[in-house]
Design a protein around this ligand. Structure first.
Ligand code: 2AM
Length: 168
């Protein structure tokens, strides 16, 4: 199984991202647009791992309070174009705790520095136009363990389990 830990986005947040995608499409940008249901923010990429339960056990020991996530800016890693997130101390902190817990329990993950981004287009053509995402925020109450499978028409992401925020 190919596993990753992610924040699944609110409908409003996804709607804002779809608006950006539409604006890019209208400007002639072609590529592999992420479908609405696949828009997410990855916190840790585990990759091939045989069993979800140990990961869920490790995740269940991580605590966090609900926090706000806001879109800010756009950028690219080569031909992968993304929407960025406003600097967020609680986001960075919970990612650090998740990654530390995975490492302490011998669950492998991609150690690349956390660079919060939501992939909008892969294999994008041309130059990134100066489009600013419309303001959009959501409250994060849930972190999800996701499984990624290659489907006939692109990737299929399935939630295998979730970690809920602590109450106030
Ligand atoms: P990406 O959108 O920048 O490709 C599922 O593949 C999710 O895990 C995607 O959000 C992907 O980010 C992320 N991810 C992080 N590191 C990855 C890696 N080494 N290989 C594949 N996906 C990775």
């Amino acid at each position: 199984m190919r596993l990753f830990i992610a924040i699944n986005l609110s409908d409003a947040m996804k709607a804002s991202l779809i608006n950006i995608q539409n604006a890019l499409y209208d400007r002639g940008v072609r590529g592999n647009y992420t479908s609405e249901e696949n828009l997410h923010l990855t916190l840790a990429f585990i990759g091939e791992y045989p069993n979800a339960q140990p990961v869920l056990d490790v995740l269940s020991a991580v605590t966090f309070r609900p926090f706000e996530l806001s879109l800010e800016g756009m950028g690219r890693f080569g031909d992968l174009w993304w929407a960025g997130m406003r600097e967020s101390v609680p986001l960075t902190a919970v990612v650090r705790r998740i990654r530390r817990a995975l490492a302490e329990n011998g669950i492998p993950f991609d150690k690349k520095r956390f660079s919060p981004h939501i992939t909008l287009i892969r294999k994008a053509s041309g130059d990134l136009p100066g489009i600013a995402p419309e303001p959009a925020s959501m409250t994060v109450n849930t972190l999800s363990l996701m499984r990624s499978d290659r489907g006939r028409n692109g990737m299929i992401y399935t939630e295998l389990g979730a970690l809920e925020a602590d109450g106030e």
